[in-house]
Design a protein around this ligand. Structure first.
Ligand code: GLA
Length: 643
């Protein structure tokens, strides 16, 4: 169906972050100036990652009301609803046309018969959403940022349920109708969730076959999927912001979820967490192992970019199909465990009417759901990363000694994995208890390290309890849900070279092969530099800390802690080895402590600040030279909050 992908570097958009160590001149929008605010999107209802079901991976555009309601019924009857699977989302295919007399959208009543309400409105989804709500569930709908949808862009000739009528009637997307459509979908029809795709601003350029055939009106393209340089990032952001504004206006009770589906293009890496509740980090998942890896990798190193209210979205679950069907339970369990660990939305994409019990058991694993739904919102952090094995650790709840750990064998040979207390940031001297969350078996307690056999493609996942290595405090890298890279210093968005490159689901081996397009490389990292290296300042390694580019501002939510400490400096992996950086710590906007100018090779400077009584801490690393084109990499080593 679609999409080669390649990202060039991002010179045109290189907004200069020229900032001196001096206060910015009046009127200068100094993005490094403290704001005393937590800027993550917290509107809507996504304090925890949304859970539910969507029609897309199950039925594509061949969706019907009966199929949706049958799955909803199964979700309730099976007990999955009681476990949190609440959103029943209709994806592409529901629409018939946009009525020309007043622009009102019409439902395809042939497949949603309850929408055939007649009267002046002709059709309405209200009976459907009423039914969903009566079942104790929530209803989701789908639209596009442009005039046209993804199925119109990429669906082949046999695609069922494409919009009908004239060119104008087939313009079913939000473009030019955002306010009216959002009012209709939320205020009038009572939906609770919307996914807004971006094909309409991507696939209908003047040269596209769709447009030259006369079937579609040209728009943009505003997104060039091949080139972020040719993407109008500001306009994409403005259009999604318009949707967010309308959602607030027509949901005075705040009961909505806004899912941004721009597949990691348009530099969503830097702004979507301020605009919506979910943001897709990659192109579509398919039911193949390699593609699952691609999608997982696109979100797995972005722990600092997921927070209560706004989550990384590596796409919906494909459990039940292909490499994740009932004959591939190891793969299906891995897919689920990995999504649970990285706080991804758990949206089932399977025809639940035919789900065998083994698959229902995976969806219903209460321990894994609890990991995903942990209110602290800490996306798991990578504690070990090779192409063969990854170890992810997630801090649970308010007790930083309570963790979940997942050990993922990505390869085709069994692995003897040594899990250490260092991975878990536990004391090596005290017992560690692990409980296997697939079998419920408690492992014998261990000290220091334990050896575990992990089968090909298997993910072991444990509840872990031990004694914290850092007494009386928490490393900030253990609680990424409380740390927000409000400004991460990325000047030149780049593709992440570590993302698994699967054979294209659409092109196969035609062409040179897809490259990861997601422009997430260089973003802030927990326990690693922005380019994935170990943290180290002037020869001193830091197993814990935050790695980020200079000209960055990290927001930290405080919860009554007493003291902040960190050893700061320019990281030994810096690309710019000459420019000094000044590190400042602010409490609710007030300067608490500041470092000397530190350059590559300078010994780390210990910063300590008393933070009692403050709500928001801001950690600012400001380069003393214009811009950061050469990229100075800085480390907040052992950054911690002490009680
Ligand atoms: C895009 C999205 C998918 C799905 C389809 C529908 O490809 O990324 O998740 O919504 O459109 O056509």
């Amino acid at each position: 169906m679609k999409r080669g992908l390649r990202l060039a570097s991002y010179g045109v958009f290189a907004v200069s972050l020229w900032l001196t160590a001096l206060p910015a001149a009046a009127g200068d929008p100094d993005s490094l100036a403290p704001t005393a605010r937590w800027s993550v999107y917290t509107s809507g209802r996504a304090a925890m990652p949304p859970m539910g079901w969507s029609s897309w991976n199950a039925f594509g555009t061949d969706v019907t009301e009966a199929r949706v309601l049958d799955s909803a019924t199964t979700i309730v009857a099976s007990g999955l609803a009681a476990k949190g699977y609440l959103y029943i989302n209709i994806d592409d295919g529901w629409w018939l046309k946009r009525r020309q007399s007043d622009g009102r959208m019409q439902v395809r009543t042939a497949i949603f018969p309850s929408a055939a309400t007649g009267g002046p409105d002709e059709s309405s989804f209200k009976p459907f959403t009423d039914q969903i709500h009566r079942m104790g569930l929530k209803a989701g709908i789908y639209s596009d940022l442009g005039r046209n949808s993804c199925s119109q862009a990429y669906g082949g000739p046999g695609t069922p349920n494409l919009p009908e009528g004239t060119v104008a009637e087939r313009q079913v997307g939000l473009y030019g109708h955002t306010e009216k459509d959002i009012k209709l979908y939320f205020h009038d029809w009572g939906f609770d969730f919307i996914k807004v795709d971006g094909c309409g601003v991507r696939a209908f350029g003047p040269d596209s076959g769709k447009v030259t055939s006369g079937q579609y009106q040209s728009l943009g393209p505003i997104i060039d999927f091949q080139s972020v340089n040719r993407t109008d990032v500001a306009q994409v952001k403005a259009l999604y912001t318009e949707v967010a504004d309308s959602l607030k206006r027509y949901n005075p009770d705040g009961d909505y979820v806004f899912s941004i589906c721009a597949w990691g293009s348009a530099d969503v890496r830097s702004w979507a967490k301020n605009v919506g509740n979910l943001s897709r980090t990659s192109d579509d998942i398919t039911p193949s192992w390699g593609r699952m890896l691609t999608n997982f990798d696109s979100a797995a190193t972005r722990a600092l970019y997921a927070h209560p209210g706004s989550w990384n979205d590596p796409d919906m679950l494909f459990i039940g199909h292909g490499d994740f069907d009932e004959h591939h339970l190891t793969e299906a369990r891995s897919h689920f465990a990995l999504w649970a660990m990285i706080s991804a939305p758990l949206i089932i994409g399977y025809d639940l009417r035919k789900a065998p019990p083994e698959l229902m058991e995976i969806f219903g694993n209460s321990d894994l759901i609890a990991i995903n739904q942990d209110p602290s919102g800490n996306q798991a952090v990578l504690a070990h990363e090779t192409d063969d094995v990854q170890i992810f650790v997630k801090t649970r709840g308010d007790d930083p000694a309570h963790k979940a750990v997942a050990i993922f064998n990505r390869g085709t040979a069994p692995q003897e994995v040594v899990l250490t207390t260092d991975h878990l940031k536990y004391s090596a001297a005290a017992d560690v208890q692990l409980k296997d969350l697939w079998t419920q078996a408690a492992l014998p307690a261990f000290k220091g390290e334990v050896k575990l056999r992990v089968e090909p493609r298997q993910t072991l996942i444990f509840d872990a309890r031990g004694t914290r290595a850092l007494e009386g405090g928490t490393y900030l890298s253990e609680t990424p849900g409380r740390v927000n890279p409000a400004v991460d210093g990325v000047v030149t968005p780049q593709a992440d070279p570590f993302i698994h490159r699967a054979v294209s689901p659409w092109a196969g081996t035609r062409g040179r092969g897809d490259l990861p397009m997601y422009a997430g490389w260089g973003g802030a990292q927990a326990d690693a530099t922005p380019y994935g290296r170990n943290l180290q300042i002037a020869g001193k390694p830091y197993a814990s800390g935050l790695g980020v580019l200079a000209n960055s501002r990290l927001e930290v939510r405080l919860k009554g802690e007493r003291r902040f400490t960190a050893s700061v400096g320019v990281d030994d992996s810096t690309l710019d080895t000459t420019t000094p950086v000044i590190f400042s710590v602010f409490g609710d906007g007030k300067l608490l402590v500041q470092s000397q100018p530190l350059r590559f090779g300078s010994a780390p400077e210990q910063l300590t600040a008393e933070v009692t009584g403050y709500n928001i801490l801001e950690l600012v690393a400001r380069s003393t030279a214009p811009g950061n084109a050469e990229r100075t990499i800085v480390t907040w080593g052992n950054a911690a909050l002490l009680n």
